[in-house]
Design a binder for this molecule. Structure first.
Ligand SMILES: Nc1ncnc2c1ncn2[C@@H]1O[C@H](COP(=O)(O)OP(=O)(O)OP(=O)(O)O)[C@@H](O)[C@H]1O
Length: 259
């Protein structure tokens, strides 16, 4: 990532109220192409709400969100994969009775040509498409070091492996922006750093941009090119990881939340 890379995700003046609570009170932030942006803040700071606005689970009361100039707020949640946005969840929502490769193929279904009608009629074009997607899925699994478990059923695989399978599934829609919701959640230290290395490699080799919501500070500091800190729905710091960690308002926010 070069500091002059163009801005991909541009969030401006985002406001979300839940009754009397301002979950987001006007923060703005930008994520450049090929950049990993860590989003931190104590519990209740507004991270998930911001994340959910980008992935279109919430409609903000005001503000704007664009991706490469496209207005994301005009899209529904089911349209964002087509716009180049993929996300993972805190707990991998995998189908436990399916194999790893079958789970990864789920990430490509929005691309099935001709939709459900063509699939129901088992048209040859659908069979060709499925073969191509399987080759892609195997390539993504290989990229994430998961080729060996491609035909294993998801149930019973280690949690760290399942997190990588979920990442592989997200990559099947060829995203430009990857939204990672607490990927370190539930992992042991070694797995966290392994996942951090995978994310950094993906970003470097695919030129992906990443918005990373994470409480595991060592991971955020290790992978982020830039960090944004929220507290009470407002942005309190935005800059290089070490600068943000040492920012007096960030230190005070975390001390306050621990008190
Ligand atoms: N659906 C909702 N209804 C009412 N209030 C909500 C809702 N979702 C979030 N909030 C409130 O909005 C504020 C921001 O919450 P949010 O979950 O975005 O914070 P967060 O930074 O993600 O916290 P955490 O780190 O604990 O996940 C909090 O005060 C929360 O209680």
């Amino acid at each position: 990532m070069t500091p002059s890379a163009p801005v991909l995700l541009d969030i401006r003046d985002l406001c979300v109220r839940f009754g009397g609570i301002a979950a987001l009170d006007g923060p703005s932030l930008a994520v450049r192409q090929g950049e990993i942006c860590g989003l931190i803040g104590p519990n209740g700071a507004g991270k998930t709400t911001l994340f959910n606005c980008v992935s279109r689970l919430h409609q903000p009361d005001s503000g704007s969100i664009t991706l490469g100039g496209q207005d994301l707020l005009r899209l529904r949640a089911d349209q964002i994969a087509g716009a180049g946005v993929a996300r993972t969840f805190q707990s991998p929502g995998l189908f436990t009775s399916l194999t790893v490769v079958e789970n990864v193929l789920v990430g490509a279904y929005h691309r099935t040509p001709g939709g459900l009608g063509a699939a129901t009629l088992a048209l040859p074009s659908v069979a060709r498409h499925e073969r191509r997607q399987r080759v892609r899925a195997m390539a993504v699994l290989d990229e994430l070091g998961l080729a060996d478990v491609a035909d294993r059923v998801a149930a019973g695989l280690p949690f760290g492996t399942l997190k990588r399978v979920e990442l592989a599934r997200a990559l099947m829609c060829d995203p430009r922006l990857l939204l990672l919701d607490e990927p370190a959640n539930g992992l042991i230290h070694g797995e966290v750093m392994e996942l951090a290395a995978v994310i950094a490699t993906l970003c470097r080799e695919r030129g992906l941009s990443v918005l990373l919501v994470e409480h595991h500070m060592a991971m955020v500091m290790a992978v982020s090119h830039h960090v944004v800190a929220l507290n009470f729905g407002r942005k309190i710091a935005d800059g290089a990881p070490e600068e943000v960690r040492a920012h007096p308002d960030v230190v005070a926010a975390y001390l306050g939340s621990a008190a």
